[in-house]
Design a binder for this molecule. Structure first.
Ligand SMILES: [Zn+2]
Length: 169
């Protein structure tokens, strides 16, 4: 890329640093012409196509601001939201797609939000899945009740006993 100061097309990398989550690399560059330094960020490209057909770069902060509204008054911290956004990004990147539908981003939010806070999940799902009636809420809650029963069985005393046995063997 061009030097932002003198537009010389050549620069050399003087330092490369991986971000904490490993999703981007920051490079410090020095212009071979004017000698001034600038930074570039390198990330695997991931764009989100909105309903209008417009594509924009995937952004964790948009995920966070979208979910934050649903979390108002809930015991959810900024740290929880940051982790959720990271989880969403990782699950989308794991799919290997360079472009994703805004709708699928919403889908990718539902599972981690459900684990984080059920009330926030229901609020988010009601907007995202356009709940129209009490019945929509009732069936979503019924599904959650079913899942939490199944989850309780999985981590119940029986499961613990069997995993202990495995460890002892
Ligand atoms: Zn320069």
């Amino acid at each position: 890329m061009y030097c932002p100061f003198c537009r010389n097309p050549d620069s050399r990398v003087v330092d490369s640093r991986l971000s904490d989550d490993g999703s981007s690399i920051r490079r410090r560059r020095q212009c071979t012409e004017c000698g001034r330094r600038f930074s570039t960020m390198e990330t695997a490209s991931l764009s989100v196509t909105k309903r209008s057909g417009v594509a924009e770069p995937f952004s964790r902060s948009k995920i966070i601001s979208g979910v934050r509204k649903a979390c108002q008054g809930r015991p959810v911290t900024d740290d929880d939201l940051a982790k959720l956004a990271q989880e969403v990004e990782e699950s989308i990147r794991a799919s290997g797609a360079a472009e994703i539908d805004a709708n699928d981003v919403g889908l990718a939010i539902l599972a981690p939000l459900q684990r984080l806070d059920l009330v926030a999940y229901l609020r988010f799902a009601s907007v995202y899945q356009a709940f129209e009636s009490l019945e929509d809420f009732e069936s979503a809650i019924a599904t959650l009740r079913c899942e939490s029963k199944a989850g309780a069985q999985g981590s119940g005393p029986l499961a613990q006993t069997s995993s202990t046995t495995t460890l002892n063997n």
